[in-house]
Design a protein around this ligand. Structure first.
Ligand code: ADP
Ligand code: MG
Length: 208
């Protein structure tokens, strides 16, 4: 079977006023459809850089990313992203944060809201649509970010240490929730973490 995502010989060097910073060198791997794939490594080893390249948010210096066999060079709706911080719009309600990508796409408001409601239910935030982000805990804000990432019904979810800033207990619960969602929606997941335990618990395969 063709891999859904393939990284071929990816290198990335940042050019800064202080000089060149090599972040990645000759990284190649493939992710299969439906797989839960974890990237593990110490802080500063290039995990975020790699994930941003996989999502088409950053261009590699060398090499290429292929999504279903096609070269990927810009963000696409088939790939959803959850960052370490939720990055919600503070002036929009929870529901309006989730509908934002659909509004940008030009979908009808009623349809967008129905889809957002369904996703809020999926992430366990049924009834919180009219609340503002500051009224939520960090864990709940990350759930909103997850709902927002799912709103285009992407084939792939890219998660960059999404639960790193949560306390240990909430984090374990969120990991279970994530597995539940992955099973319910059968997404391909690529998740960055620096926790070996988390990677072993969640992933089908771990890249160190
Ligand atoms: P990780 O997510 O594994 O902690 P990063 O991908 O954020 O690692 O960073 C990898 C390396 O690239 C680090 O040395 C970091 O300082 C450097 N780096 C990351 N982003 C930039 C940037 N925008 N400009 C210059 N250097 C960067
Ligand atoms: Mg990082």
């Amino acid at each position: 079977m063709e891999p859904i995502l393939a990284a071929e010989d990816i290198s990335k060097t940042y050019c800064t006023p202080q000089g060149r910073v090599p972040a990645l060198e000759s990284i190649s791997f493939q992710v299969s459809e439906g797989e839960f794939f974890c990237l593990v490594g110490p802080s500063g080893c290039g995990k975020t850089t790699l994930l941003r390249i996989l999502g088409g948010l950053l261009a590699p210096t060398e090499g290429a990313v292929y999504f279903r066999g096609e070269p990927l060079s810009s963000p696409c709706r088939q790939i959803g992203f959850v960052f370490q911080k939720a990055n919600l719009m503070p002036w929009r309600t929870v529901l309006k944060n989730v509908t934002l990508p659909l509004e940008i796409q030009g979908l009808k408001a009623t349809e967008a809201q129905a889809r957002a409601q369904e996703l809020l239910k999926l992430v366990g935030l049924d009834g919180f649509g009219r609340v503002y982000p500051h009224q939520l805990s960090m864990g709940m804000q990350q759930r909103v970010a997850l709902a927002r990432a799912l709103v285009h019904d992407p084939a792939i979810l890219l998660l960059d240490e999404p639960f790193a800033s949560l306390d240990a207990l909430t984090r374990e619960r969120m990991n279970l929730e994530l597995l539940r969602i992955w099973e319910a929606r059968r997404k391909t997941v690529v998740m960055v973490t620096h926790s070996i335990q988390e990677a072993v618990f969640l992933a089908d395969r771990v890249l160190v």
